[in-house]
Ligand binder design. Structure first.
Ligand code: EPU
Length: 318
């Protein structure tokens, strides 16, 4: 177990020690850790405690300690759909990035994946084993856990189309397995995983030639490269409202290139906010608010962020 930093009395007395008592030697724990570096947008403050548990049993024990002390926890995936606020995150940030959570295990037409497995690796393994249907995952910068929570999608496909079953842990540490049909899901949301932690999933594909899979994968990647920017961003900032792509709407509002501080709306795709000059979460929030106001005032559209906004605004002194 490695750790550094201080939480400056923000956590209940005895909490850190109780947590330490449950952790094995392979577990990484950090105090007052800058978690923006675990997100693609690269903004935001520190988490009181950052933890990479090394097993499901350990995760369950950690949740129990949080329950006993009344400490809030948040599970971060690849951080590609997260905006962490500048005041940081009170309590615990958990990432299932340990190798024990990241296995990708193909067997005939199925692939068993841990929550920490990277989507692009899952797509590559599906290709290698001649399994079609997962090509769209190649360009999404996320993990299986995050993609389940968000029902991530691209190229007219979405995560739950390739899911056979998922396993998750509830906040009491109990593990549940459910078939896809028993898990309500919608565009960019899987409500069950708002309050439960995805542990793993069984994905199912169909046999196809490696050449046909590779052709689709390259076409999708190329389409993404032509239409989406490559700088630091959280992907699409807003969910598409009914009837129009948010990117097209933002373009029609003439807002491409609009800048607040260190961040700007991409010139390439209107639904991407790019952090190109060491921007802050405050800058991103400022731009989100400008877009929302203009969309509502000029087009009557209420845009909703797809990106999850987490943590606290910065403390004001004086
Ligand atoms: N468009 C514009 N201007 C723009 C952006 C788009 O006119 O600045 C137009 C395009 O020309 C096209 C239409 O809007 O006619 C749709 O654009 P695009 O194909 O880029 O798709 P999108 O709806 O903007 C969605 C997903 C993306 C996913 C792409 C490709 C959402 C919010 N976004 O974008 O997902 O990669 O389709 O399949 O559903 C994400 O969720 O983070 C994400 C990037």
């Amino acid at each position: 177990m490695s750790e550094k930093g201080s939480t400056k009395g923000r956590l209940p007395h005895g909490f850190i020690q109780a947590l330490r008592n449950e952790l094995g030697p392979g577990t990484r724990m950090g105090l007052n850790e800058l978690v923006s570096r675990f997100t693609t947008l690269q903004v935001g403050g520190c988490a009181d405690v950052y933890l990479e548990p090394s097993s499901e049993g350990e995760l369950a024990r950690v949740l129990n300690v949080c329950n006993v002390f009344g400490v809030h926890f948040y599970v971060l995936g690849r951080g590609s759909n997260a905006l962490i606020l500048d005041g940081g995150i009170r309590g615990l940030v958990i990432r299932l990035s340990h190798a024990n959570f990241s296995a990708i295990d193909p067997h005939e037409e199925r692939i068993h994946c841990g929550a920490g497995a990277r989507l692009h690796q899952v797509a590559s393994i599906a290709h290698k084993f001649g399994l079609a249907g997962m090509e769209f995952l190649k360009g999404i910068p996320g993990t299986i856990g995050g993609a389940l929570r968000m029902n991530a999608g691209a190229m007219d496909s979405e995560m739950f189309e390739v899911i056979e079953s998922i396993r998750y842990m509830d906040h009491q540490g109990v593990i549940v397995t459910r078939a896809r049909q028993a898990i309500p899901h919608e565009y960019r949301n899987c409500p069950v995983l708002e309050n439960n932690i995805a542990l793993s999933a069984c994905l199912v594909g169909r046999q196809d030639s490696a050449a046909a899979i590779a052709e689709r994968m390259h076409r999708y990647l190329n389409q993404r490269k032509c239409t989406q920017p490559s700088g630091s961003s959280a992907g699409c900032m807003f969910k598409n409202p009914s009837g129009i792509s948010a990117g097209q709407l933002i373009e029609e509002l003439g807002m491409k290139g609009t800048r607040v501080g260190g961040v700007q709306i991409s010139q390439k795709h209107g639904n991407f906010i790019i952090n190109d000059r060491k921007g802050t979460a405050g800058d991103v929030l400022g731009l989100i608010q400008m877009v929302k106001s203009r969309a509502f005032e000029e087009r009557g559209v209420q845009l909703e962020t797809e990106v999850k906004i987490i943590g606290e605004p910065p403390q004001q002194f004086g």
